[in-house]
Design a protein around this ligand. Structure first.
Ligand code: HMG
Ligand code: MG
Length: 327
């Protein structure tokens, strides 16, 4: 039977904020996570243990993780909090915090929970790229070197009962190499990362260059390589306005997990016109129009999108958010 439930992964607090030049106060980031946790979202990407020289905005990730675990964040539904870690250096910082609060989160996979409020589960996300130029620009190493660095991160995270997500950037286009990214490279990388122990692959259309036919071809190639629908999440940036079309193509191929960002937060200050992730409000509205269920409160999301856009000094990038609020 047709499965009409869709899992949304909210990446606004990380992907949406990481490129902001002006330091966003820690309290604002925590308030964003607290508000998102009340909307019914099952996964919130909350931070990133990367070099503060590379991404200064994510330097507060230790404080964010500590807050989530020591103070707790009220929510009705079980929540997973996700944090990026590109190497053992980043993972060790996360692990030290997790060890101090080992009673405050559930192992993954979580035991069946009867009592609410539930404790969260924690996810660690590594991030590879489908092109050598992007790997070099984002991680300062080749694709093969990045896999070598991820292997101990993935195995240590699994040994610590954490969920592991592995991103692949530039699956449908690259800012340096254009649109000719091979789906076979993406498929091989996906298989390697799953074999290394990742629980899920998130396929990043980093530049938003993906089109409907290319998305279809990519997903067919992944299926031929043995990937299952539950192995895959789609991560669309909406720079060319194709994210919802590509979402529909992914749904038709059986995809049921999508990354998005409240208010469509994000955008690179160095490339004019580049935009953030597809907005969570737009994705929820679109999925509901197809009769699918996300469990997410659209009105509440729209208010958060408007609020956080104001906080970061950007126009609300969600069409649905603006429409719902009559703005
Ligand atoms: P590097 O310069 O080659 O690193 O960068 P290194 O190992 O030579 O170390 C240099 C310095 O960084 C040292 O400090 C290290 O200690 C420190 P120093 O001795 O100079 O004071 N360092 C760290 N500090 C904190 N946390 C760490 C860490 N590692 C080293 N984890 C490195 C290599 C991977 C660190 C760097 O390239 C980096 O941080 N890259 C992250 C870039 C990033 O965060 N990008 C955004 C996330 S990915 C994304 O947005 C795409 C996605 O959304 C999907 C899509 O849309 O495509 C996921
Ligand atoms: Mg992204």
């Amino acid at each position: 039977s047709f499965d009409n439930r869709v899992k949304l992964i909210e990446v606004g607090p990380r992907d949406g904020l990481q490129n902001e030049k002006k330091t966003i106060p820690l309290e604002t980031k925590i308030e964003l996570i607290q508000r998102l946790a009340k909307t019914g979202l099952p996964v919130i990407e909350a931070g990133s243990f990367v070099s503060p020289k590379w991404v200064p905005q994510m330097a507060s990730s230790s404080e964010i993780m500590t807050h989530i675990l020591s103070k707790g964040i009220p929510s009705e539904q079980p929540l997973t909090y996700s944090f990026l870690a590109p190497n053992t250096k980043g993972f060790d910082v996360a692990k030290a915090i997790l060890d101090q609060h080992s009673d405050s989160f559930l192992p993954f996979p979580p035991p069946s929970q009867k009592s609410t409020p539930a404790k969260p589960t924690i996810e660690i996300a590594v991030f590879a790229a489908a092109t050598e130029s992007f790997s070099k620009a984002n991680l300062n190493c080749s694709i093969a070197e990045s896999l070598e660095r991820f292997a101990p991160v993935i195995s240590s995270a699994k040994a610590a009962n954490l969920r592991v997500r592995a991103y692949i950037s530039c699956v449908l286009g690259c800012p340096f190499e254009g649109t000719s990214v091979s789906p076979h490279v993406v498929a091989d990388l996906s298989v390697s990362l799953l074999e290394a122990g990742a629980d899920e692959i998130s396929l990043g259309d980093t530049t938003g260059m993906g089109t409907a036919p290319k998305t279809r071809d990519l997903l067919e190639c992944l299926r031929s390589a043995g990937l299952r629908n539950e192995d895959i999440a789609m991560h669309f940036h909406d720079t060319y306005g194709q994210a919802l079309v590509n979402t529909l193509v992914s749904l038709e191929a059986g995809g049921r997990k999508f990354d998005s960002s409240v208010g469509g937060l994000g955008g690179c200050p160095y490339s004019p016109g580049a935009t953030g992730n597809v907005s969570t409000e737009d994705v929820v509205y679109f999925l509901e129009s197809l009769g699918m269920r996300t469990g997410v409160d659209l009105e509440a999301l729209a208010e958060i999108g408007e609020w956080i856009s104001e906080e970061v000094g950007r126009p609300n990038a969600s069409s649905v958010g603006r429409a719902v609020l009559g703005a």
